[in-house]
Design a protein around this ligand. Structure first.
Ligand code: SF4
Ligand code: SF4
Length: 101
């Protein structure tokens, strides 16, 4: 199941919240591989496991929840990031995705 990322880029801009990404973090808290112009990851195909929802599910969560549930939990984190950033349109979109899971 493909993760329905809306490409807001907030998780990459707030990488200071993820201990596994501490080596990639710039002083602003953004990941050094985040492209501000495109809002995309510059190493997407080789990104760390923690940035790969499908891989994280397979490696660490498939024994305790369904993939759908894991995706929904991740979308809830995306929603919380967008709520904190005041991104109303993104929140609307993410809420709709969560409701349709
Ligand atoms: S916060 Fe969520 S929706 Fe936004 S880029 Fe990251 S994974 Fe995608
Ligand atoms: S490696 Fe890529 S996906 Fe992971 S936080 Fe950095 S820019 Fe985002």
């Amino acid at each position: 199941m493909k993760f329905p990322c809306i490409e807001c880029g907030l998780c990459c801009r707030r990488s200071e919240q993820v201990p596994e990404l501490s080596q990639l973090m710039t002083p602003s808290g953004c990941c050094r591989y985040f492209d501000e112009k495109t809002s995309l990851c510059r190493i997407y195909l080789n990104r760390p496991d923690v940035c790969n929802v499908a891989k994280m599910y397979e490696l660490h969560f498939s024994h305790c929840m369904s993939e759908k549930e894991f995706i929904r939990k991740n979308l809830e984190v995306c929603l919380a990031l967008n709520q904190a950033a005041g991104q109303a349109e993104n929140c609307k979109c993410l809420k709709a995705l969560i409701q349709h899971m």
